[in-house]
Design a protein around this ligand. Structure first.
Ligand SMILES: NC(=O)c1ccc[n+]([C@@H]2O[C@H](COP(=O)([O-])OP(=O)(O)OC[C@H]3O[C@@H](n4cnc5c(N)ncnc54)[C@H](O)[C@@H]3O)[C@@H](O)[C@H]2O)c1
Length: 247
């Protein structure tokens, strides 16, 4: 089960942390993986590590918020590996710039775009580049990495991030209806907190008693990418330690 041999996958923002874990998991199941990141060295290091572990991977550096760059990198991947079967839109958070949490009323409207661009438009850019080929071939897997912040209120000064994530979830519900007849599925994985290089303090209110790790996410993506998930679309799979509501 869940064999991805012969499939080609593109994972955006996969140079580190969650995205890198997803890329490694897809490669371990046999997929050829294009590792996208806006930071070229990160993309290259992650791709090299997959190859060193016996997998198939290439670096695919590009700015996921730039539609022309995404179209160009998709063309480069398809020239190298063949048509993209699986798109994982993982690049998110505050994009290439650091997050500046603030209450909405205090926020400079000039800061809105950085959240909407990466969490909504970058998702559209990737899908727009790969979807025509998926429709033509009559198969495809579109997976978006979302956040519980897109499904419920959080009081962390990240309201525009929540809006961007929620926008992508609303979009995918309708897209799933549009493309189901072409056997293209469209799903999301909604994450709880997965600390990187910051200390969030002791976990509170997480039924499974710990924060997540990148290794928790890859298997969920592998499932949605697999042939075995061919009757699953328009869904949001929570990978969050069992948190139902954490406001
Ligand atoms: N870590 C968490 O606690 C958490 C929780 C919920 C949801 N998420 C979601 O999971 C996903 C991954 O999060 P993470 O914490 O691993 O992120 P991260 O910030 O650690 O890594 C993101 C990667 O994306 C790259 N990137 C940034 N802007 C880019 C762009 N414009 N084009 C291409 N690449 C770009 C960065 O260089 C970086 O390597 C995001 O969508 C995020 O919103 C994360």
């Amino acid at each position: 089960m869940f064999d991805l041999t012969g499939k080609v996958a593109l994972v955006t923002g996969a140079g580190q942390h969650v995205g890198r874990g997803i890329a490694e998991a897809l490669a371990a199941q046999g997929a050829a993986v294009a590792v996208n990141d806006i930071v070229e060295t990160r993309a290259q290091e992650a791709a090299d590590a997959i190859v060193a572990a016996g997998g198939k991977a290439m670096a695919a550096p590009a700015d996921a918020t730039d539609r022309d760059s995404v179209q160009a990198v998709v063309a480069a991947i398809e020239a190298e590996f063949g048509p993209i079967d699986v798109l994982v839109s993982n690049a998110g958070n505050s994009g290439a710039n650091p997050a500046r949490p603030a209450s909405f009323v205090d926020m400079d409207p000039a800061d809105w775009n950085q959240y909407v661009d990466i969490n909504f438009y970058a998702v559209l850019n990737g899908i727009h580049a790969v979807l025509p080929g998926m429709i033509e071939r009559g198969s495809g897997r579109i997976i978006t990495i979302s956040s519980d912040a897109g499904r419920q209120g959080i009081n962390m000064g990240m309201s525009i991030y929540s809006g961007g994530k929620a926008g992508a979830l609303g979009f995918q519900r309708s897209l799933a209806c549009e493309v189901g007849k072409h056997h293209v599925t469209v799903n999301a994985v909604s994450l709880g907190m997965i600390p990187g290089d910051w200390d969030p303090g002791p976990p509170k209110g997480i039924p499974l008693g710990r924060y997540g790790e990148p290794a928790d996410v890859g298997p969920a993506v592998v499932y949605l990418a697999s042939d075995e998930a061919s009757w699953v679309t328009g869904q949001i799979l929570s990978v969050n330690g069992g948190v139902y509501r954490n406001v």
